[in-house]
Design a protein around this ligand. Structure first.
Ligand SMILES: [Fe+2]
Length: 484
């Protein structure tokens, strides 16, 4: 056990709901502190559950949006029944500059761009790249990324040291968005980025040695805000959805996200290593999609499973509770998505789509060995009926039978996106465990919880109590035992 490496003075974050209560940022980094184990930690799996999320370091300049916080990785390492916890900020270039100045430098998403700042990231090159959104395992390293695009930071998954950034620019690539994806079949990393200036999107592939082996421009009708992508063994799927910054206001440097229900959704399907001018576009009903469940090939069709929002507009009842920009932020940050399946026929060019159920669920994950090939099970969070986003339970959805297993947390406890950890010599798609971090507002201590993936509804097999709260976050990943 070691003492906190950093113990920062408390910062007065004001009344912002995403800087208080469950979302209050941590001020310390712990490396293998003393933990308390309740129950038996399974000995038949090893690996590391990693989760990224915003953890603001300095008092923000002006209005703070949940998406602005500095990226912090929390890790739960499992080795044959032993558990180790640690957390560290990602040392992004922007955070290092702010540490040097001992204050925030960049305005946030709800702020006014400061075009005088030299180092900028994001799709419109004015935000700080906080790398807080996603974490993907590639070649045994953790790659953290930012949803508005930026550098791909390399993080050691064991000690959580930031080792630098992937060098993709020397090969002609630009930035990388969150939700780059590793194909476990051959180790490729598939990625995209987007911009307010042409080319509005680019797409690329890194091999397992992190060398750029493909990069191409994707033509879009204008600036878009895609959040994720999907892939199959042979194809990648990119999205042009009708929710993006109002183009007329964007010309005046005003960034207003707007949903255009009169514009069709479009899905671009491209062979993994093909030129951008070969993309085949498929139209579908208007919607917005943050997160993909999986995609695969079936005969002439590409099947794409997603969590889909049919009407991604702010909730007026939530906006009414708090006036001003924080009310607007809270109202937009609702994830009213349901499980939806698309079938894109590569021969006829036709799209079929259907809702698989009407249960609200988000932050889906699957057994990552099944990414790009037909999968049956997905693991989702359910959303608490609260003003801020909190996950009050989990769902396991069987897309073959439409059966749903549910688990609901006790009052005052909230989970994180789950990751599937295979049991040693795993025999089937769901032969393993689901791991999550828990924010416990009752005990004010964080928890690591482990569930059986076969029967989620049984509740946690064990709880590991860590000596500091773990705030809710965004995306996670699992480092397989071969990388330990
Ligand atoms: Fe995301």
């Amino acid at each position: 056990m070691t003492t906190p490496e950093i113990l920062l003075d408390n910062v007065d974050f004001g009344e912002n709901p995403y800087l208080n209560d469950a979302h209050e940022p941590l001020r310390s980094e712990l490396d293998n502190p003393q933990i308390k184990i309740i129950g038996d930690v399974p000995k038949d799996f090893s690996g590391i559950y990693l989760r990224n999320g915003p953890n603001q370091r300095f008092k923000p300049l002006g209005m703070y949006h949940w998406f602005d916080g500095d990226g912090m990785i929390h890790a739960a390492e499992f080795r044959e029944g032993k558990v180790f916890y640690r957390n560290r900020w990602i040392r992004t270039k922007g955070l290092e500059c702010e540490i040097e100045k001992n204050q925030s430098i960049w305005p946030g998403l709800m702020g006014v761009p400061n075009r005088n700042l030299k180092d900028n990231w994001g799709s419109d090159l004015w935000l700080k790249d906080n790398s807080n959104t996603d974490i993907t395992i590639h070649g045994g390293k953790a790659i953290s990324t930012f949803y508005q695009c930026g550098d791909a930071y390399i993080v050691d998954p064991i000690n959580l040291e930031t080792e630098g950034t992937l060098n993709i620019k020397s090969s002609g690539a630009r930035q990388m968005s969150a939700h780059c994806m590793t194909d476990e079949n051959n180790g490729d990393l598939l990625f995209f980025d987007y911009s307010t200036k042409p080319p509005y999107m680019t797409y690329g592939v890194l091999d397992k040695e992190s060398k750029v082996i493909h990069h191409t421009q994707i033509d879009l009708p204008g600036a878009r805000l895609p959040h994720s992508m999907a892939f199959t063994r042979n194809y990648s799927i990119l999205m042009d959805l009708p929710m993006f910054w109002d183009p007329l206001l964007l010309e005046k440097d005003i960034h207003k996200v707007t949903f255009y229900p009169e514009i069709q959704s479009k899905f671009g399907i491209i062979k993994r290593m093909a030129s951008g001018d070969t993309v085949k576009w498929f139209e579908a009903d208007p919607c917005y999609i943050y997160h993909i469940i999986n995609a695969w090939e079936e005969g002439d069709e590409i099947v794409l499973d997603v969590c889909r929002m049919s009407t991604p507009v702010p909730k007026s009842d939530i906006r009414n509770k708090m006036s001003g920009p924080y009310g607007s932020m809270l109202a937009w940050l609702k994830l009213d998505a349901v499980y939806h399946r698309y079938r894109f026929n590569l021969v006829t060019g036709k799209t079929k789509e259907e809702s698989m159920n009407d249960v609200l669920s988000e932050f889906p994950t699957i057994n990552n060995k099944f990414l790009g090939i037909k999968s049956r099970y997905s693991y989702h969070v359910s959303l608490a009926d609260t003003d801020v986003i909190l996950f009050d339970g989990f769902l396991k959805i069987d897309s073959n039978t439409e059966n749903i297993q549910k688990y609901k947390f006790p009052d005052g406890t909230f989970g994180s996106e789950m990751q599937f950890a295979p049991r040693d010599n795993s025999k089937s798609e769901d032969d393993g465990y689901l791991i999550t971090f828990v924010t416990n507002l009752v005990t004010e201590k964080g928890e690591i919880q482990v569930f059986s993936a076969e029967d989620l509804s049984l509740g946690p097999i064990c709880k590991i109590i860590v000596p500091q709260q773990i705030p809710p976050g965004f995306h996670s990943s699992f480092v397989y035992s071969e990388y330990l």
